[in-house]
Design a protein around this ligand. Sequence first.
Ligand SMILES: [Fe+2]
Length: 383
Amino acid sequence: MSQCKPMKQLIVIIFLVQVSIFKLSAQEQQKIAFGPYIQQMSMEDAAVTWSTLEGEVIVTDGNGKNDTIRDYKQHKVYMANLEPNTTYSYDVLNDGTDEGKGTLTTYPEKSVPFNFVAIGDTRSRNNVHKKIIEQVQKVNPRFIVNSGDLVANGLSMKDWESFFEINEDFMRNTPYYPVLGNHEKDSPYYYDFFDLPNNERYYYFTVGDALFVVLDSEGLRTTIPAFTSDEMKDAYWHESGIDYMKTQKKWLEEVLKLNRQAGFIFIFQHLPLYSVKKSRVAESKMVREFWGDIFKRHGVQAFINGHDHHYHHAKDNGVHFITSAGAGAPLYDIDAVQPETVSYKKIEHFMNIEVNEKDAVLHVIDIDGNEFDTIKVKRRKTK
Ligand SMILES: [Fe+2]
């Protein structure tokens, strides 16, 4: 009799993931979740937008652990035919409470002194982000630009909930302009929450005769498969993303040509052109080579970026290149100072930028409100 081989036991563990969707009552849905906040500001128009809670999704993993993900509905009203440089109060609820109230100030027709704020990489350390916003509110800017990585994961609604909680009071009265960072992950939430000019990825707006251009340095990078090696990532970027970037570059040439009479030009994008972080120097060189001499040729005064979590000021051919990414993400060491470097500091900070008749002054301010660097630029010479 032949000996029976012991039967191999095959143990299959199946993790069941259950998803439950709950609809809310009409009363719960009316409550404002995020906002109201201001978008699409100009001399005569503005949009006020807010979100209400629509439903909840409970995701249960194989161990019975629940996670609640909320679903929000976005509301938006456009206000047209406003007067330039004028403050209006608004109330999106009109229910006798302050919940739906805010103010907006339209942009000026002509060049008048104003100030705006630039911050970057608010994506984590909510306590730092909160303190920075508290300091920002003290300088009362006309608007704010965040140079990207607003949140740690653009696909996580929880991250956006924290973002709006921190910015709730501020955004009620101040337009907020975001820049796409790698952490946004090209998330549909980003495009739902923000209502931006042009294609929303790269766009521009003007305040008086100052021009503000927001670029998208991320392009199609988010489509690179996870298994791609670092060497191949460059090839992937050049070969599959280059058409998108070339279209954007052509658009930028046109925008700068059309706005050649601007007194000031500020450009924003997430990736730096001059990195002082050793592991990123090669990438920044690649980005710099892509843009070439476009900023110098058009007399751009300041190029402001995020991504490297510290402060760095470089100057090349009359253009100031500023990394301002100290509003939340963990700070990076500076280990590769460049020949173009003017100053640098590993510090949490933001920039308050005053645009005057003859010059613009960039005040670089730390989390305690102390100014530690100042950059002055002159009004552009226009024909
Ligand atoms: Fe980044």
